[in-house]
Ligand binder design. Structure first.
Ligand code: FE
Length: 224
């Protein structure tokens, strides 16, 4: 399944409108969930799969991977212009140099926020997400409402996340696919000059790397 990208809000809404406009979600996500549960039950019943092993796999992506990996990628990009350039050229390879690679992260693209342009990521068809750097997607990312509205009315969605951008800032929406996953590199907050990477990483939120938030500002009075 291939989709054009980047998508503009209007074009994407037209391209992928079928089935995404309904109030209730009868997309393949629900069906897939049921299929996966049925399959797991069957495999466990037949003794082919150890439920503890499945739990460990899920825990790996929920707890041990998580968005801290992505935060380290962003902090490195803020600190090291050569790394930032490498990210622009080949994000998969640059991210792998920090040790983050593997399933659902085979073809990474990093998109950099600027004062002129804000990037936001969605998967209009399902829930494609860069697991090695962000872990598993939040529930709202998989919802029919986010998947359809992110392309139709991105500014309204951002407002609901508490993010109101200047009117002259362009919002660009990227539609993930089974092949390509996007990582938003938020703008580095002011007042963090000279901060070490570890401290910078603490300002990088999960939502800022999806584009539904910004990096946190340094708390008043805190210095490096
Ligand atoms: Fe998807």
């Amino acid at each position: 399944m291939s989709k054009p990208h980047p998508t503009t809000p209007g074009a994407a809404a037209q391209d992928h409108s079928a089935g995404l406009e309904d109030d209730h979600d009868h997309s393949h996500l629900d069906e897939m969930d049921l299929r996966v549960r049925a399959l797991e039950t069957l495999l466990v019943a037949k003794g082919y799969v150890d439920p503890a092993a499945v739990d460990r796999l899920i825990e790996t992506y929920e707890v041990h991977v998580g968005p801290r990996n992505g935060a380290r990628v962003v902090a490195r990009a803020w600190s090291d212009p050569a790394f930032a350039e490498a990210l622009r050229q080949d994000a998969t390879a640059a991210i792998a140099t920090l040790g983050y690679s593997g399933r659902q992260g085979e073809h990474m693209v990093a998109v950099f926020n600027t004062p002129q342009q804000h990037h936001m990521v969605v998967c209009t068809l399902c829930s494609c997400y860069p697991w090695p750097v962000l872990g598993l997607p939040p529930v709202w990312y998989k919802s029919a409402a986010y998947r359809s509205r992110a392309v139709r009315e991105p500014r309204a969605v951002l407002a609901e996340f508490g993010l109101t951008l200047p009117a002259d800032r362009q919002v660009r929406v990227w539609d993930s696919t089974a092949e390509v996953r996007y990582l938003v590199i938020p703008e580095r907050p002011a007042g963090t000059e000279g901060w070490p990477e570890e401290q910078l990483a603490e300002l990088v939120t999960r939502d800022s790397m999806i584009g539904t938030g910004l990096a946190k500002s340094p708390a008043a009075g805190v210095t490096a």
